[in-house]
Design a protein around this ligand. Structure first.
Ligand code: ATP
Length: 352
């Protein structure tokens, strides 16, 4: 296990800057997620950590060693891609044993390590199978076990769940997190899926156009986005943004509720809402519409739990509100979050 440090790293491909001046630290045993839209540079950053790309500027430090110019094989890292690349003609046992066989490790040690890694990922009963006789999730676990037998200092995972179906993806995510909790290997995980990032990461790095927009725990990033990009990238539906002069007001759909849902005396900000359409999602309803009244007409979404009795009225203006403590403000010119003023927390009494 080791701490990983990225120091002012940039990668410029001829005329294109894929990663621009990124600095971050992954603590020993931490599970860090690199999250961002397609093309934001997350895979390039991961490939530089792996040693598959050389940074144009900056350094990569693994443990106590500057690893920037080390060959991938000398970094003691393990990488799991979305394409697991298992050997189809080998059993699960031999697939897991492969990195050890290549090193000429003696068979007794190979057997101990394969059994250890297979039990960590729950594959003991499948060791005689071939990859084609297994589900996508089981293959993914085989790839993880194969990486584990090498006792890596750092685990790098590039969208390893992306070719699983939605249900399997959910259980594989759960398994991956349990596995990480057990082995505690420093891990960097790349995804463009914010739900996956929230569920897996101790901390999330949100990237856009090769730069880091925010680093924080899932809660920090969701509740206190650093800018309008993060505010709209995290959350589904995204945070509502309503321009108001030189600032932009931001509020999450689940915090935007009929005024009658707030206790009298609670500190709220009233926002008139005109609804066009209701979408029923089972546990919640999404109300699509726009703000009206004295704010510029802007499309917004409210999310109301189905358990809350509310008969939405299409087309007419309805008094909605947001607890003032749930309101965020962003600078219009820079998009950056403005400090939250005042202390509202004790008086927050929204009912739903
Ligand atoms: P995705 O989620 O689609 O995999 P990503 O965030 O991982 O995207 P990268 O693969 O890191 O993005 O690519 C970042 C940018 O760098 C992209 O605009 C890509 O076109 C560019 N890029 C990546 N590799 C090269 C290369 N070898 N030569 C030139 N440009 C490249």
């Amino acid at each position: 296990m080791a701490r990983l440090e990225i120091r002012q790293v940039s990668k410029i491909f001829t005329d294109h800057t894929a990663v621009s001046d990124v600095s971050l630290t992954v603590n020993d045993g931490e599970f860090l997620v690199l999250l961002g839209p397609s093309g934001c540079g997350k895979s390039t950053l991961l490939r530089m950590i792996a040693g598959l790309e050389l940074p144009t500027y900056g350094d990569i430090v693994i443990g106590d060693r500057v690893a920037t110019r080390l060959q991938p094989k000398d970094r003691n890292i393990a990488m799991v891609f979305q394409n697991y690349a298992l050997y189809p003609h080998l059993t699960v046992y031999e697939n897991i044993a492969f990195p050890l066989r290549v090193r000429g490790t003696n068979s007794k040690v190979v057997d101990e390590k394969v059994q250890w890694a297979a039990s960590l990922v729950g594959l003991n009963k499948l060791l005689k199978r071939k990859p084609r006789q297994m589900s996508g999730g089981e293959r993914q676990r085989t790839a993880l076990a194969r990486s584990l037998v090498r006792d890596p200092d750092v685990f790098l995972l590039d969208e390893p769940l992306s070719n699983l179906d939605a249900k399997l993806r959910h259980s594989a995510r759960e398994e991956l997190r349990q596995f990480q909790d057990r082995v505690g290997v420093t891990s960097v995980y790349v995804t463009h899926d914010q739900v996956e990032a929230m569920g897996l990461g101790d901390r999330i790095v949100v990237m856009q156009s090769g730069t880091v927009r925010q680093i924080g725990s899932p809660e920090e990033i969701y509740l206190h986005p650093a800018d309008t990009f993060v505010a709209t990238f995290m959350g589904s539906p995204p945070m509502n943004l309503v321009p108001q002069g030189d600032i932009i007001l931001g509020f999450r759909p689940e915090n935007f509720l009929p005024e009658s849902n707030f206790a009298s005396g609670s500190e709220i900000t009233r926002i008139a809402f005109r609804m066009h359409r209701v979408e029923y999602l089972g546990g919640d309803r999404l109300l699509y519409g726009h703000v009206s009244g004295n704010l510029p007409e802007t499309p917004v979404i409210a999310r109301i739990p189905s358990s809350v009795a509310y008969a939405p009225v299409v087309g007419s203006e309805v008094p909605f509100a947001v607890a003032t403590s749930d309101l965020r403000r962003f600078d219009t010119a820079s998009g950056k979050a403005l400090p939250i003023t005042g202390s509202f927390s004790e008086r927050r009494v929204a009912h739903v």
